[in-house]
Design a protein. Structure first.
Length: 134
């Protein structure tokens, strides 16, 4: 199996439910073709480098996966047919140095999910603030 990185951008006009369903659709395409998903990085809404289809922003997603080379064409064909995806980029990692970098990226995207601290309850936040004497 080879190592790949798939970056795709969804239209900014989609609702949260539509974004989630399109993301699940892309994941299902990978699963149906026997891909092994190593990590997912949801980057959120970002400004595009240039205007695409009159959109200046887009929902960015990056999926790191392993696949047999023959199925990549089918994955890309399905992405081209999906109207909500305004751009995508599939990168293949070939040599040992690139694969080592891929593994670092996978670990980095996994660590970001673990680093998110739990939000403080409102009472703890009030108690942490110093009280002013009247």
């Amino acid at each position: 199996m080879r190592h790949y990185e798939l970056l795709f951008v969804l239209k900014p006009t989609l609702t949260e439910e539509e974004v989630k369903s399109k993301f699940d659709f892309v994941k299902s395409i990978l699963d149906k073709n026997g891909c092994e998903i190593a990590a997912v990085n949801e980057m959120g809404v970002r400004k595009l480098a240039y205007e695409i289809e009159k959109f200046e922003r887009g929902h960015y997603f990056v999926i790191y996966y392993k696949a047999v080379p023959g199925v990549v064409d089918e994955i890309l064909r399905n992405l081209r047919l999906t109207e909500e995806i305004i751009r995508f980029l599939n990168v293949k990692y070939i040599n040992k140095g690139e694969i080592a970098n891929w593994e670092k990226l996978v670990k980095g995207s996994s660590a970001k999910k673990e680093e998110k601290p739990a939000p403080k309850p409102a009472q703890e936040a009030k108690a942490a603030q110093p009280q002013a004497d009247e």
